[in-house]
Design a protein around this ligand. Structure first.
Ligand code: UD1
Ligand code: MG
Length: 478
């Protein structure tokens, strides 16, 4: 890129109430594809080359909430617009902070917080044009059959020279026919823009419009205004909840398309929701009605869905998640889950774990090759490899005050309906009989049965009773 980070800063306007949203939540925090819409803009700005420490967010209505959410995303700068007197006034609130930077910005990239479809590429096109031609203002422009609601671009006939932006409610009947509109992305020359702001006049609506600035540059200051055409699909603003849904849909398809082009099969895009920050490996198949939320990382050759919800899940290659839920957890490769199972936050399933139907794990580590299914629950548990969790087995991990730990050794075999009253430890190759209520630690290799469970005593000469190995359906009571 033809600019150094030093001479550029960005301003995102997010001070407005978003009256047309008819909401108590500030507009900037309404989710698009599961994340506050402003996060998408912040990412586009960062990826276009302006780091968070040179990006200022103007907050106003419910400013604390917006500030708090944004601050978690990086070391952003903030300015408080106490009264929402318009977009021009909003930019003015950013002046002091930006002029006091160690390296004051010579150029200001400005975008609105309600434009989440903005891409780094669009911003870069604008910046490149700005640094090449060095005008007072570089302005994105676009065309739509029906640009109702947007400010319109007024050009001089016949030269086509830019003259002004006029807001919707001040358009004449003739101007309403203009199809060229203002997408709301600008690059301003810093030295020019700060003093120019003081020339803004209150509109009949009682607001100071930022959109008057390009007109000043062209008509009054004899400067140039550089117009850069952008795709209307990349700059649709969100002003009400109809547009929220429309923009959300465009965003969703954009993300799905990128995955498909990169080698992921998405069987039914219409019912598939994949967050912007999710990564998916080649030849993975995403079945219908699947939701990948937050930051998910999915390996190659997996089959996810149908009807699965993954949130902040890390999934190795060759895994299957069938009609199940995985939250804030990691699966190594070749893990199979479901149907109707749930991996709750803080869990880690090692390679080859099989979690069949109606199984739940929470804050647990399940060892390589272990099997669990049929209405069972492991909470605050660590298991060794090749453990078999019988049907109906649960860890009683909560005593009403504390969550207690269960530690299960390698190759332990838990009979059907075992209750493990935590805290408790079972040594390697320990076994439990069906219905055992285990209240005390079990030594390696020992079989315990009954309520409360006691070591099984074998009479000399009798063959030991081997539990049947049937994928966790458990053992018959000895
Ligand atoms: C604005 C533009 C319009 C453009 C459209 C593109 C102005 C006057 N109009 O209209 O030309 O076509 O965006 O989407 O700029 N904000 C503040 N403080 C305020 C008022 C607004 O921070 O006092 C913020 C809002 O939170 C919002 C952004 O500025 O993120 C734009 O405000 P909005 O009311 O949505 O303007 P539009 O009517 O969409
Ligand atoms: Mg808007």
């Amino acid at each position: 890129m033809g600019h150094s980070a030093n001479n550029l800063a960005a301003v995102i306007l997010a001070g407005g109430k978003g009256t047309r949203m008819k909401s108590r939540l500030p507009k900037a925090l309404h989710p698009v594809l599961g994340e506050p819409m402003i996060f998408h803009i912040l990412r586009a700005v960062a990826r276009s080359g302006v780091p968070p420490e040179r990006t200022l967010v103007v907050v106003g209505y419910a400013g604390d909430k917006v500030r708090q959410a944004v601050a978690e995303q990086g070391p952003y700068l903030f300015a408080e617009q106490a009264e929402q007197l318009g977009t021009g006034h909003a930019l003015l609130t950013a002046r002091a902070t930006l002029e006091n930077l160690a390296n004051p910005a010579e150029n200001i990239l400005l975008a609105y917080g309600d434009n989440p479809l903005l891409t780094p590429a669009t911003l870069q096109t604008l910046l490149t044009a700005h640094f090449e031609t060095n005008p007072l203002v570089t302005l994105a422009t676009s065309l739509a059959d029906d640009p109702t609601g947007y400010g319109r671009i007024i050009r001089e006939a016949p030269s086509g020279r830019f003259q002004a932006i006029i807001e919707e409610n001040e358009l004449t009947a003739e101007q309403k026919l203009i199809k060229e509109f203002n997408p709301g992305v600008y690059v301003f020359k810093g030295k020019w823009v700060w003093p120019a702001l003081s020339r803004l006049k209150k509109s009949p609506k009682g607001e100071y419009y930022l959109t008057d600035l390009p007109g000043f540059a062209a008509r009054e200051d004899g400067g140039t205004v550089e117009l850069v055409p952008v795709d209307p699909q990349d700059i649709l603003g969100i002003n009400d909840r109809v547009q929220l849904a429309q923009v959300g849909d465009i965003f969703r398809y954009r993300v799905l398309r990128e995955h498909m082009l990169a080698g992921v099969t998405i069987v039914d895009p219409a019912s598939t929701y994949i967050s912007a920050e999710t990564e998916i490996g080649q030849d993975t198949i995403i079945e219908p009605n699947t939701h990948l939320r937050g930051t998910c990382k999915i390996g190659q050759d997996c089959r996810i869905g149908p009807n699965s919800i993954l949130e902040n899940a890390t999934i190795g290659g060759n895994c299957q998640v069938f009609a199940s839920v995985v939250q804030d957890s990691a699966l190594e490769e070749e893990v199979s889950i479901g149907p109707m199972s749930r991996v709750r936050p803080g869990s880690y399933l090692e390679k080859g774990v099989y979690m069949g139907n109606f199984a739940e794990v929470s804050r647990s580590r399940v060892g390589q090759g272990s099997k669990q299914s049929h209405f069972s629950f492991l909470g605050d548990t660590t298991t060794g490899p090749n453990v078999n969790v019988g049907a109906g087995t649960i860890t009683a991990n909560y005593d009403g005050v504390n969550k207690n730990k269960t530690v299960i050794g390698a190759r332990v075999f838990l009979g059907s309906d075992t209750i493990l009253r935590a805290p408790v430890r079972l040594g390697d190759e320990a076994r439990t009989g069906a219905g055992a209520v285990v209240t005390k630690d079990v030594e390696p290799g020992v079989t315990v049965v009954g309520v409360p469970a006691r070591p099984l005593e074998r009479k000399a000469g009798q063959p030991s009773q081997e539990p049947t190995q049937n994928d966790g359906d458990g053992v018959s009571n000895p």
